[in-house]
Design a protein around this ligand. Structure first.
Ligand code: WT7
Length: 676
């Protein structure tokens, strides 16, 4: 990694926070880093004290069973209480908790008091279905308020939720239900996406038909109504057609509204499970990432408050689905623990038109937007006319998450969405970390396009080389003396425990040790490559399995992608290393061009030259394939493995997590054509 080309991302722009922002920020004291790191246990304990505990902890951290951490040992609390009851008791019952918009344009607003009432009824309904403390509940719902309610209702009664993203297939659902041993499934007839209905109940039926012996009950919400049929004046919603199993399947409207709105919160041990969330490994079956109660809630509460700078009047929109960790931590638990108003949106960003996000911001006067680089690049491709015609003046802060944001997209976000008024927080974290780990604090940090900047106070992120030596300590000393002249690179690791860290992989302690703790014994291995620049800022380089080795040089796929999208003709780029007799790996780039540019031999040459000029001749791609789409997982990550298969002419592997499997076939044809 030390050979990583030093010209990487020659990005020197830096944006200090405005004086106005600093003056009102929740945290504006640069000394906070040193204070927190001088005694990180005291720092986190201070945050935990801001939550309501039924019983106090006796020990902040027990790391004697490493890598299995215990935080706030002996403490008891309830996550739902901390997100709802606590605020209602403090006089915030009338404040909006959730502002929701369905894709067809239907709207619903729930105050904290209303949300509490609905959650309590639902919690009693789950109990009536036989769900109790310690049981696992699989949640397979569209982005409707009932999704957040179900998570909170589970937390209220001490059941562990396992949310499965509605875009996953019946087969994925089957795997996840069985791995968790779920007792109940909560689903809906369907959800709206691009004007069509995603048939969720059908997928549940198919999954259960494959054999899910632990599932006793399926609670079914009528979301789409789906017209259905009317016989003798009695309407039968479409979700009753076929597949309905009496005794197993229960209609939401038959059960939930009749329940009492009084449901006490179950006192949970700080280390009791809050949820399991599946994340795909690069190989093998998905990993059930386990999060517990006290530490997780502390982590999301603290990071949300400082990174997003919540104020009582903020309207916060995290565009992630609750099927991903981002939705768990920053649609539900983080903002609600802070009594913030959150926006939830069910559908696609281009329905009915490509300005849907901007219309939502305009209508609901959203003040903070948190979205992903892949979305930002789609907006860039669609053109500025869509945001330009909307009133975005309510925005005051922007966030990015999910993958490295290339400087080009960062600058576009700043100019066309933030209109130079809003700081941008590029937040690095993982399903496993539970909460944001590396991010600017908007009242302190001088941001740089493409850099997630610094570890959150109390978090120790460093860079190791191949031998497991910390290459950042000496570097940071040079930075402090103002003597650092170039960056250092390597593997991103976390060297001390943090409250919201995963507590393991569900049912597989050995895999947990092996995946995260064996590469560098005693240290959490993130799997990401990173560099620290002359100012001590982190630049994330993507997964280390995305690092190419071209003629002995480590080149990150991301640095080549970044160079490509820096060219005016390029909207999006995905780069992979393909096997090469001489170089080990050669670079192949798949490129989507912007509206107004035409694919041509001349353009291909120009793009190769551009990369060679930006990074160096070693990074010049052997192949540039211009394409209309790129294969992505449903969470928006480019499936490099499939591109590698295409580039190396192998048969295609498993494509079940692909958003549009046809994309790969088309790419493959194109590639073979280009080569021939
Ligand atoms: C991986 C984790 C974090 C919630 C969404 C994804 C990449 C995430 C950034 C960022 C560069 C990022 C990393 C990480 N990643 N955020 N701001 N800059 N890379 O959760 O599915 O668990 O993926 O996403 O590679 O390891 P996830």
């Amino acid at each position: 990694m030390s050979e990583t080309i030093q010209t990487l991302l020659q990005e020197s722009r830096s944006f200090p926070p405005s004086a106005d922002f600093v003056a009102q920020a929740n945290q504006s004291d640069p000394g906070v880093y040193q204070q927190a790191n001088a005694d990180y246990l005291a720092f986190w304990e201070g945050w935990a004290r801001q939550l309501d505990w039924i019983e106090p902890w006796h020990t902040v951290l027990d790391w004697s069973g490493a890598p299995f951490a215990k935080w706030f040992v002996g403490g008891k609390l309830n996550a739902c209480h901390n997100c709802l009851d606590r605020h209602v008791a403090n006089g915030l019952g009338g404040k909006r908790a959730i502002v929701w918009e369905g894709e067809p344009g239907d709207e619903r607003t729930l105050t904290y008091a209303q949300l509490l009432e609905e959650v309590a009824r639902l919690a009693n309904a789950l109990k009536a279905l036989g769900v109790g403390k310690g049981d696992r509940v699989c949640v397979y719902l569209p982005m409707v308020p009932e999704l957040a309610m179900t998570m909170l209702a589970c937390a209220r009664i001490g059941a562990t939720h396992s949310v499965v993203f509605g875009g996953f297939s019946a087969e994925s659902l089957y795997d996840r239900i069985n791995d968790a041993g779920a007792k109940a499934v909560v689903t809906a007839d369907g959800g709206w996406r691009r004007g069509g209905i995603v048939p969720l109940k059908k997928a549940v039926d198919d999954a259960l038909a494959m054999g899910c012996p632990t599932v006793e009950k399926v609670l079914v919400l009528n979301r789409t109504g789906d017209a259905g049929t009317v016989t003798n004046g009695i309407a039968t919603p479409a979700y009753d057609r076929g597949g309905w199993v009496d005794g197993r399947d229960v209609r939401w409207e038959d059960l939930v509204p009749n329940q009492s709105a009084d449901c006490p919160c179950e006192p949970m041990d700080s280390e009791d499970l809050l949820y399991i969330l599946y994340t795909s490994g690069s190989t093998g079956k998905p990993k059930g990432i386990v999060h517990t109660t006290g530490g997780y809630l502390t982590g999301v509460y603290a990071t949300a408050q400082w990174v997003f700078d919540y104020k009582p009047d903020d309207v916060f929109w995290c565009t992630a689905d609750c099927g991903w960790v981002t939705g768990h931590s920053y649609v539900v638990y983080g903002p609600l623990a802070n009594a913030t108003t959150v926006v939830m949106y069910e559908g696609a960003p281009d329905t009915p038109d490509k300005d849907r996000f901007w219309r939502l911001i305009e209508k609901h006067r959203i003040t903070i937007l948190y979205t992903a680089p892949t979305a930002i690049r789609a907006f860039m491709k669609w053109g500025t006319e869509y945001p330009d015609r909307c009133d975005l003046s309510s925005l005051r802060l922007l966030g990015s998450v999910g993958e490295p944001i290339n400087p080009e997209a960062w600058m576009w976000y700043q100019e066309h969405i933030g209109r130079f008024r809003c700081p941008i927080v590029d937040t690095w974290w993982q399903t496993e970390t539970g909460a944001i780990m590396i991010s600017p604090l908007p009242g302190i940090t001088h941001t740089k396009p493409g850099s997630a900047t610094r570890a959150f106070p109390g978090i120790r992120a460093t860079i190791f080389n191949d031998q497991g030596e910390d290459v950042s300590t000496e570097h940071m000393e040079r930075v402090d003396r103002g003597e650092a002249t170039h960056a250092v690179g390597g593997y991103l690791v976390i060297t001390q425990p943090w409250p919201s860290m995963l507590r393991g992989i569900y049912g597989d302690p050995e895999r947990f040790r092996q995946v995260y703790w064996s590469r560098f014994p005693g240290t959490y291995f993130t799997g990401d490559g990173a560099k620290l620049d002359e100012d001590g800022c982190f630049w994330l380089l993507g997964r280390v399995d995305d690092i190419m080795l071209v003629a002995g040089h480590n080149i990150s796929t991301m640095e080549v992608e970044s160079a490509l999208v820096d060219h005016p003709a390029v909207a999006e780029a995905a780069v992979i290393g393909k096997q090469h007799e001489l170089k080990g790996q050669a670079i192949a780039a798949f490129v989507i061009v912007r509206a107004g540019f035409v694919a041509s031999e001349a353009l291909v040459k120009e793009l190769k030259d551009h990369v060679a000029k930006k990074i160096g001749p070693i990074a010049r791609p052997d192949d540039v394939i211009i394409t209309a789409e790129l294969p992505k997982t449903r969470s928006g990550k480019i499936m490099r493995r499939l591109l590698r298969d295409v580039a190396e002419g192998r048969a295609l592997g498993d494509t079940t997590t692909l958003a549009d499997a046809a994309v790969v076939g088309a790419l493959k044809d194109k590639y073979e054509h280009t080569e021939g």
